[in-house]
Design a protein around this ligand. Structure first.
Ligand code: SAM
Length: 203
């Protein structure tokens, strides 16, 4: 689904701007440090991780789209970035990686994953104790963001996501609106707010 969009993904300034806005909010809300190991889940071309790279120790960037990962690997090579590793991974179906991370973050990916409760449990399982989870995604909307034929989630109710995170073993859930995605719907410009949820693994 995303393979054919990978090559032009970064040429949309709005995607770069939203990744930077989420990176700024993560920097503000999470005590990042140079020894932190991070996983970006659903990384696409890695826009968010390139923005956070100076503030953590190493980043594994996971996605299911080989097209996205090819573009990402080219960017890592071209920029000579150290400590960034692209990984083809589907946590919905693949075995859990053996590594444990201090920080997991994800931008605009959760709504593509059918079983939200399960993916939150999978994130919990691969976080180190006291590790941080940061999810940036759309607030609940009427389906006009993707339009007809989309079979993912039409955004999320914050309270519902908070309860799911608690059930998966997370604590200290905190929500902020960090960006607004503008999109043309039926000839009109519409704004779709993007929240950031931060949470911590309890034990
Ligand atoms: C809307 S794009 C967002 C990409 C990037 N986070 C950004 O904001 O620029 C969603 C990404 O999630 C990936 N994705 C979809 N389902 C996935 C899954 N089950 N596991 C991992 N990645 C997935 C897609 O391949 C795509 O790169």
């Amino acid at each position: 689904m995303f393979d054919h969009r990978a090559k032009t993904w970064d040429s949309d300034p709005a995607k770069v701007e939203r990744a930077q806005a989420v990176a700024n909010a993560i920097q503000r809300l999470v005590p990042l440090h140079p020894k932190m190991t991070a996983l970006e889940y659903g990384c696409g071309t890695g826009l968010l991780s390139f923005a956070l790279r100076p503030y953590v120790g190493s980043i594994t960037l996971a996605d299911t789209s080989q097209g996205m990962l090819d573009v990402l690997n080219e960017k890592i090579r071209n920029t000579g970035s150290q400590g960034m590793t692209a990984l083809r991974l589907d946590l919905c179906t693949d075995p859990l990686p053996t590594a444990r991370f201090d920080l997991i973050y994800s931008l605009m990916t959760l709504h593509h994953i059918p079983d939200t409760e399960r993916i939150l449990r999978r994130f919990h399982a691969i976080l180190a104790p006291q590790g941080w989870l940061c999810i940036a995604d759309l607030d609940k909307e009427d389906g006009s963001f993707h339009g007809a034929g989309f079979d993912g989630h039409n955004g999320f109710e914050r309270e519902t996501l908070k309860q799911m995170a608690r059930a998966a073993g997370f604590t200290d859930m905190h929500f902020e609106t960090v960006f607004c995605i503008t999109k043309e719907v039926a000839g009109q410009q519409r704004g779709f707010p993007l929240f950031l949820m931060t949470a911590r693994r309890e034990d």
